[in-house]
Design a protein around this ligand. Structure first.
Ligand code: ZN
Length: 99
């Protein structure tokens, strides 16, 4: 892979490209179904990659020391990424506070 693009940026770019390719290969499926498949794979991969090491006092692994803490960290990351996405807001969103 390219050494000029950081691995995390390359992974994000290729995930989008995979989604686009799958949308072309499976035109009968809606994009949300493909997106949920991508998300499932990403969540599994992230949980695999964030398993704590065998040192119970390791500061790097402290936020990942049990399943609920890993889930909380994953949710925080997903929320941050969603809020920074250009697709977070939609023109068809209802206005907040207009219940
Ligand atoms: Zn560790």
């Amino acid at each position: 892979m390219s050494e000029e693009i950081p691995a995390d940026e390359q992974a994000a770019q290729e995930a989008v490209e995979l989604g686009n390719r799958l949308a072309r290969d499976y035109p009968e499926d809606d994009l949300a179904r493909i997106a949920e498949g991508l998300l499932s794979g990403v969540v599994h991969y992230w949980l695999y990659a964030r398993q704590p090491c065998d040192d119970p006092r390791c500061p790097d692994c402290a936020p990942y020391r049990n399943a609920e803490w890993r889930l909380a960290e994953l949710q925080r990351l997903v929320a941050d990424m969603a809020r920074s996405s250009e697709y977070y807001h939609s023109p068809d969103d209802i206005a907040s506070g207009s219940a």
